[in-house]
Design a protein around this ligand. Structure first.
Ligand code: ADP
Length: 183
């Protein structure tokens, strides 16, 4: 199976759920920038307080901060990994390309999880996280469309992109994803 993966898709598509499952069953490092940022908030640091305010508005945290987090984890990890929630804009994608070439590592597959907006909004509203109220959700979808969606073309051009329909049960979607990652 492919060992260096990137999960892409709008908020609410189920990236975290699928990423966690796949990472656990294949012994990959699951690197979720959202989870790492929430851990920083939990830790109660000054940095955490700044991150919390940005997240609550549905904006993106600074590229430098997120990149430092990812660099720190990937530098010391040479086996398989799965990036979830990063990169989120073209600047982050380019910084990642640079970092990986320094580390002599390569993305082997980008999995794009696709789902209708109406379903996304329903899922996020039922999740009830601090940044999951309707106004913030709509803003996050807008940020996704403007800043993250351009990565689809970027990775398609590199021949790395595989899209998967993200509607259905967790089990069904997991089966679809596994099928894309064989060999
Ligand atoms: P979701 O997939 O539902 O959007 P995440 O946990 O991935 O949830 O992200 C939640 C929030 O964390 C984002 O709205 C953003 O504020 C911040 N965040 C996560 N990853 C990044 C990143 N790579 N760059 C900037 N901000 C990020």
């Amino acid at each position: 199976m492919k060992q260096r993966l990137l999960f892409l898709g709008p908020p609410g598509a189920g990236k975290g759920t699928q990423a966690q499952r796949l990472a656990a069953s294949h012994g990959l490092l699951h690197l979720s920038t959202g989870d790492l940022l929430r851990a920083e908030i939990q830790a109660g640091s000054e940095l955490g307080r700044q991150v919390e305010a940005v997240m609550a508005r549905g904006e993106l945290v600074s590229d430098d901060l997120v990149l430092a987090i990812v660099r720190n984890r990937l530098e010391h990890h040479h086996q398989g990994w799965l990036l979830d929630g990063f990169p989120r804009n073209l600047a982050q994608a380019k910084a990642l390309d640079q970092l990986l070439s320094e580390l002599d590592q390569r993305i082997e597959r980008v999995v794009l999880m696709e789902l209708d907006d109406a379903v996304l909004i329903q899922r996020l509203l039922s999740r009830g996280r601090a940044d999951d109220n309707e106004q913030v959700i709509r803003h996050r979808l807008e940020v996704y469309r403007q800043q993250t969606a351009p990565l689809i073309a970027h990775y398609r051009e590199l021949g790395l992109l595989s899209a998967v329909e993200a509607a259905g049960s967790v089990e069904e979607i997991a089966t679809r994803i596994s099928a894309l990652l064989l060999d």
